[in-house]
Structure formats: structure tokens, C-alpha cells
Design a protein around this ligand. Structure first.
Ligand SMILES: [Zn+2]
Length: 251
């Protein structure tokens, strides 16, 4: 089972001075999320949310990356949906960090059981949401992540089913498997491939990893190599790493 790293966002806030600055910004520019005068707010939110989300996407819990520009700030209730919820644009409870894949998958789809009355305040609880809300729901009560990034709605949770379906999380196990193959196959030699493979044990589980990658590693072993020998090498190296970690934590 893969650790979701955090259950929900609990303490996102602004100082009194920041709240005043935001109010001023809204008075001047309206709910214009893209306006440059809100750049300071987004920087602040990204920093705080990264800490609280332990650098994980709020929906799939994969690591958030830096390499493709700033991480997306996700509006849980879509700020553009016909403009009806524009006043939620800057509501902190409506904001979280998601990866690009989840953000794209979710798109403009609704997360509400039913439309909210016009001009209503932001919901104060999970009740109106048919969705695992990053500020209201405990993630693992609704979604379990099995080894190799296989997602399951916990107990058939409808909120979990909605996130898994709309963010297309069922596709992830295939994508992650392809990524692992590419990483191993593109290694310079057997030692490098073995080292990369060991780094994936936490995401995949040792048995799945051996099944997937032993045949690929065998190809890098040269003549005399075999999947069985590659698997033995993975297991030996993994045991050695574990023993080292145990010694480091020892009495
Ligand atoms: Zn994601």
C-alpha cells in the first residue's frame, strides 16, 4: 500500500495584513485570478500548500514536480463554471495543489452534488460535495492506493469513485509502469539500472518490481544473465539497503 502522505489540508490561512491586501486586490480587480496583482498570494499559497500537502498532488498523491513550471493551484469548485461561483475564486478552502494530469482530467467537471443557491457562502463541510475534498475529507477513508499505483475507492466510496474516474487515476498504473520500464531500459549499465530499480521499491512493492523489471535487467547483465539472476540481485541489494537503514536507526 502506498502512503498518501497527508489526509487533508488543515491549516491554510492568511495573516491579517495579507487578508487586507487580498480584499483590496479584489476591490480593485474583481475575481480576476490571472491578474498580476495577485502574484504574491499565489506564491504564498504554493509555499504553504506544498508544506501541508507534503509535496503531493491533492488527488493522486504522486510527487509534485518542479520541472514543468509552477505547480497548478487547483480550484476545487470550478471558478469558471458559468461564473456562478466566481466569488469562490479566492476562498482558501477552495484551493489546493494538484498535478497537471489531475487538473486536466478534472477540467470543468462539477464536484457538487447539486448546484448551490445563488451567492451562497462557501460550504463549511463535506456534505455538498460528491468528491474527496482536499480540505474536508480524510483521503484514505475514500481512496486506497495499492502498490504500483492501483487506486481503489475505499468501501466503494462514491466520493472516491468520482475522483478516481474524473482525474483518470485508473490510467496511472499503466503510465507509471511504462515510466519504470523506460528508466531501467535507458540506464547505462546493470549497476545503474539496479540502483534505479531499488529506488522504485517504495512505490511498487518488491514482488511486483521483481516481476516487472527482472527480464529487463537481465538484458543488461550480458552473457550468462537471466531474469532469475537479475531478481536475486534486486532482492540481495534491497536486503542490503534495508540492513544499512536498520543499522543507521539502531540502538
Ligand atoms: Zn495528481
Amino acid at each position: 500500500m502506498i502512503d498518501p502522505k497527508f489526509e487533508k489540508i488543515t491549516a491554510l490561512s492568511l495573516t491579517a495584513a495579507q487578508a487586507a491586501k487580498l480584499k483590496e486586490g479584489i476591490a480593485d480587480w474583481g475575481y480576476d485570478w490571472g491578474h498580476s496583482s495577485f502574484g504574491w498570494l499565489k506564491d504564498h499559497l504554493r509555499t504553504e500548500l506544498r508544506k501541508q500537502q507534503r509535496d503531493r498532488c491533492c488527488y493522486c498523491r504522486r510527487p509534485l514536480r518542479f520541472d514543468k513550471g509552477p505547480v497548478e493551484i487547483e480550484h476545487v469548485v470550478n471558478k469558471a463554471a458559468g461564473g456562478a461561483y466566481a466569488h469562490f475564486t479566492f476562498v482558501l478552502k477552495n484551493l489546493a495543489l494538484s498535478c497537471k494530469d489531475c487538473n486536466n482530467g478534472k477540467g470543468q467537471k462539477t464536484v457538487l452534488r447539486a448546484p448551490l443557491p445563488r451567492n451562497s457562502a462557501y460550504p463549511a463541510s463535506s456534505a455538498p460535495f460528491l468528491w474527496v475534498h482536499p480540505h474536508f475529507h480524510d483521503y484514505s477513508a475514500h481512496i486506497l492506493i495499492h502498490d504500483a499505483w492501483v487506486y481503489e475507492a475505499n468501501g466503494g466510496s462514491p466520493e472516491g469513485v468520482a475522483v478516481i474516474g474524473k482525474c483518470k487515476l485508473t490510467l496511472l498504473s499503466g503510465i507509471e509502469r511504462a515510466n519504470r520500464r523506460v528508466l531501467v531500459e535507458s540506464s547505462d549499465d546493470f549497476a545503474a539500472a539496479l540502483s534505479r530499480a531499488l529506488g522504485m521499491v517504495g512505490d511498487v512493492g518488491l514482488d511486483t518490481l521483481c516481476g516487472e523489471l527482472s527480464p529487463l535487467l537481465a538484458k543488461l547483465m550480458g552473457s550468462g544473465g537471466s531474469a532469475a539472476k537479475a531478481e536475486a540481485a534486486i532482492r540481495d541489494a534491497h536486503a542490503a539497503v534495508k540492513a544499512l537503514a536498520g543499522a543507521a536507526m539502531g540502538p
